[in-house]
Design a binder for this molecule. Structure first.
Ligand code: ZN
Ligand code: ZN
Length: 220
């Protein structure tokens, strides 16, 4: 009886020890996973932030190119009267709003910050990176695709503006500019710009053409 009691106690102690060590192991594993998740989250957050910042920098450059292109077009086919959406027309003849002033964003945010300090308003608190909610990769990728597609359509419009400018500066004979206007010279230039070519000797090319002609004759 005494022996059985001792065995039972030993067995109970063994189970308790096993359970504690299992729980400690489980807990430390959980902590490691949490730390890894937080580290992954910070790493993903940083990468996505870098991608967004790069796209923002590209957009800023596109804005300069678009603004300049429209100003060049203003002179390529001189605007005699005010045209909506032309920045040069806007600068030359646009009506200025007397009660509105345009201030650089950096200067304005410094002014707002000073106002906040003077008026003793609360500062906006930021979440520390560890406490930020997990990055939803699907949502981030969807938003990146949206930005890229809008940049793609923006570049498409830009190529049309450039095409028109080239048409007018080069005095193409066709009345309407660009591929939309079906100008043969604009179409020819576009084909040249978009067809990939590779150098090859004339002799070798002639050989290949002969083979092609023979091939076509045998299949017809
Ligand atoms: Zn203009
Ligand atoms: Zn043309």
């Amino acid at each position: 009886m005494r022996f059985k009691t001792i065995m039972l106690r030993l067995f109970t102690t063994f189970i308790i020890c096993l359970s504690i060590s299992f729980n400690i192991g489980f807990y430390s594993q959980h902590v490691v996973l949490e730390q890894r998740r937080a580290a992954n989250n910070i790493m993903l957050n940083d990468k996505f932030t870098e991608i967004y910042e790069t796209l923002e920098a590209i957009s800023a450059k596109y804005n300069i190119v678009a603004d300049t292109s429209m100003r060049v077009q203003h002179y390529a086919k001189p605007h005699m009267v005010y045209q909506d959406f032309c920045p040069e027309c806007g600068d030359l003849w646009g009506k200025k709003k007397e009660n509105v002033i345009f201030v650089p964003i950096d200067q304005l945010s410094k002014l707002y910050e000073m106002e906040r300090i003077v008026l003793n308003l609360p500062e906006q608190t930021k979440l520390s990176p560890e406490l930020e909610p997990p990055v939803n990769i699907e949502t981030e990728l969807t938003s990146l695709l949206l930005i890229l597609k809008s940049q793609s359509s923006f570049v498409h419009s830009l190529t049309q503006i450039e095409e028109n400018t080239n048409h007018y500066i080069k005095n193409h004979m066709h009345i309407s500019p660009g591929r939309i206007g079906k100008c043969p010279e604009c179409i020819e230039l576009y084909e040249k710009q978009t067809t990939l070519t590779q150098p090859i000797s004339k002799k070798r090319h002639e050989e290949l053409l002969k083979i092609k002609n023979g091939f076509n004759a045998s299949t017809n």
